[in-house]
Design a protein around this ligand. Structure first.
Ligand code: MD3
Ligand code: FE
Length: 209
């Protein structure tokens, strides 16, 4: 089932069943073996994020003292990002309604105390493509607003297996993660000691063609 939270913001609770979550975790273990999580930093100040990140696909989103950008290589190892696993390309095809493949999958790992401040995703050239999000592990208290930082927001619980698709009028909406509800899932525990939450965002970066 699917719920339109705001124009262009589609929420699909339970999109991935337990077997699909396990298959996705297996694919992510291989991604993270090739491209380890690193700690991104705020531009200028160098303040560390509380979320660790990595990517797969031809491009990855990175943050360091120089700024925010997409690049083809891991910022610490210098290696090209690992390929996007087929299971993620299939999820994009089922959810995005977009006729070109995703170029980047940003993988965010939240320890139970991590959060992500209210922001917009605006480093992509192609904003006609939606952003597709898949959640694994502990539930997140996610906040989504509108085009104005100070506008009204609503809170949504994103649980393991939930998908959310941000397109149309919601593509440039402000959003963030207020907190993680520790101990709400055990699906990550065999992979990541301490569990926490992993969120994947599939993105089209460049203009197609
Ligand atoms: C709403 N990640 O990586 S995913 C991010 O749960 C990010 O890790 C959050 O925000 C997370 O940039 C939220 C859901 C999401 C992604 C993109 C959006 C919501 C969005 C773009 C526009 C509006
Ligand atoms: Fe975002």
């Amino acid at each position: 089932d699917s719920l339109e939270l705001a124009p262009g913001c589609r929420y699909l609770p339970g999109f991935l069943d337990r077997a699909a979550q396990a298959a996705l975790i297996a694919a992510l273990e291989a991604v993270v073996a090739a491209a380890p999580f690193y700690t991104p930093r705020m531009p200028r100040t160098g303040k560390p994020f509380s979320v660790e990140m990595t990517n797969c696909g031809s491009l990855g989103w990175v943050a360091d003292k120089e700024g925010y950008r997409y690049q083809a290589t891991h910022p610490e190892t210098g290696a090209p990002w690992p390929a996007m696993p087929p299971v993620l390309l299939e999820a994009w095809e089922r959810l995005s309604g977009y006729p070109h493949p995703p170029e980047a999958c940003l993988v965010n790992h939240y320890v139970p105390t991590a959060k992500m401040g209210l922001h917009r995703d605006e480093d992509e050239r192609d904003t006609a493509a939606p952003v597709v999000s898949l959640s694994l592990g502990d539930t997140a208290i996610f906040r989504v607003g509108g085009a104005q930082r100070k506008g009204p927001t609503r809170s949504v619980r994103l649980a393991s297996g939930d998908a959310i698709v941000l397109g149309g009028d919601s593509r440039l909406a402000y959003h963030g993660v207020d907190r993680i509800v520790a101990g709400t899932s055990t699906v990550l525990e065999d992979w990541l000691p301490g569990g926490g939450r992993v969120n994947l965002t599939l993105r089209r970066v460049t203009l197609p063609g």
